[in-house]
Design a protein around this ligand. Sequence first.
Ligand code: IVH
Length: 725
Amino acid sequence: MKARPPVETLSRTEAAAELADLAAEIARLDAAYYRDDAPEVTDAEYDALRARNAALEARFPDLIRADSPARRLGAAPAAGFAKRRHLQPMLSLGNVFSDAEFAEFCARVRRFLGLAEDAALIFVGEPKIDGLSISLTYEHGRLVHGATRGDGIVGEDVTANLQTLASIPPRLAGAAPALIEIRGEVFMTKADFLALNAEQAREGRKPFANPRNAAAGSLRQLDARITAGRKLSFFAYAMGEASESVAETHSGYLDRLRAFGFAVNPLSRVLAGEAQVCAFQAEMAALRAGLDYDIDGVVYKIDDLAWQRRLGFAGRDPRWAIAWKFPAERAETRLEEIRIQVGRTGALTPVAQLQPVNVGGVLVTRASLHNEDEIARKDIRIGDTVVIERAGDVIPQIIAVVLAKRPPAAAPFEFPTHCPACGSLAVRVADEVVRRCTGGLVCPAQAVERLVHFCARGAFDIEGMGEKTVAEFYADGLIRGPADIFRLAAHEAEIAAREGWGEVSARKLIAAIAARRRIPLERFIFALGIRRVGETTAKLLARHYGSFAHWRAEMQAAQMVGSEARSALGNILGIGPAIAEELVDFFAEARNRAVLDDLASLLEIEDVDAPGAASSPIAGKVMVFTGTLTTMSRAEAKARAEALGARVTDSVSRRTDYVVLGAEAGSKARRAAELGVAPLSEEEWRRLAGLEAVDARNAPRDALDNAGSDHEPAPIARTHDRKNA
Ligand code: IVH
């Protein structure tokens, strides 16, 4: 492969030229790999090209091309990550919680090895960080794959993301074995975690519950650039497959890992005998709160690798290692107040305001109370002394009330029956635990939360319109509804004059808003924040209706019970009656329709174009498949038709263009005949879909098995999937 100069030294022009080259090169390699099954480079070389592309795009975001390889990857998030089988399984660890249990573990080791009862055991103690374990495969010293643990046998290929971590060397230093799997923990420090959550809050995004979730969420990004922007750390601590022996002891192995260029936890220590282990456990427990990362115990591993091999595994746990867990971090404090938060959909959520207390190095001021039933069940009262427990989470749980310390005047908590933000009635729908404000559009709390959602990632994704800004602008009347956001340009000077703003920030915000005037239909639908309409449903709707105008008209028509539009809505696969009802209700409200039309007049809402559909004879047609197809499952036929731009529904109506009749087609065939809808045979459908004629007798066995079922066929496992490299 060509040697490429460091990204930092490139000029814009050079970067643009290289990005064009990379897009063409990666597209060509993809075609060779996918279409021709003839890979031209190794996976590592391919991954390096993608990593180079990501680095260039990160430095020059404005040069990102429409045909960027990173976008192609991002365009198929549902596909997720490729699967990777570990060469050696990644196992878990047994737990102990006390000196006595640890002594019992040592006794088992001695019995298994046939050692005397007082034989000395040498261990290595390593703090157990609660992050996520990953496996790195190096071939001839080069990092070729990195995968998450998954189920221990097969994990997810996150190579491109792991390549962005500074503590993971792309090449092992010194002499390396031909093949070696190295395992360790990816984690986020407490400081990086708090900084990330502060940023999430500024951007109006949901904070992560704990450093572990933040690390996992950051690593499992389909776009490696996002991972690159997060601060992730890594400690190496274990071995998988290796083509040759690299050490005689675990401590020697850790030395080799350091020599290879890995970070190894500096607190790891060789311990001779149980007394030293117990002292180490106490030492780590004392250090715990002051460490910059969360640990939930210490892992003890037999140092002698020959003994490790003899001890082997019992089920999923090694006999040669054990995790000695710390007790959960608990504290007692006073419950000062129960605040009720109002969410976007009007849900009233109680939050405990606590007298600030230090729990394991984190200052805790709030605890989650879940819902009103939970408060009643635990009989939690304002003024109570409560026991809180932090299981690595920032927001801890209330475990119990210390009844002995209850003030005599404390009364049972009465959950409000009215919204604290707008005073509207708050009601509980049968069999739901949440109570909801009925204030809808008049409720300011809901309005702000809805606006925050509107601007958030996945929706309009407007940089700078986070919770704080939205709440301020709302309170000052700068924005009342979503359309006002797109009228903010007229207030640029006013924004610049606001405290904490200035000309540059105001200009940036207005530019960020302008950049989002064009939006794909599915994101527009998701942004509206209609109850039960999440990203997946929004995508289904966008694909089904194709354009904003069509969707809008159909939703209006669906207001009539028994209308074709209503039944068509209910027939979209994946949209149940509850979702259909929410949509109908949303469109029934005149104020909602007014907001929609106002928005549509300010925006350019992109139609959904089905890939490869432009020239297809069934583009834009409405199709129904009925009866048993002999050459493909119904799920496959549906996917194929949709890929060609058709819309597939379950029932035949006047709007249906084609009905494909399989064997034993029943009532739908009759209905099609009644309505004069063109019937197609399976052969005709195949021709229309551009498929070769297939003799049913030669049809693949699994296609026949699937015939008539609407379930997606199980994805075909492939060991060498580059989709998400
Ligand atoms: S060794 C066969 N060492 O704990 C031994 N694991 O409960 C496998 N962990 O999935 C693991 N620190 O995520 C090992 N120093 C350490 C560890 C460690 C944290 C995690 C790891 C693993 C889990 C097992």
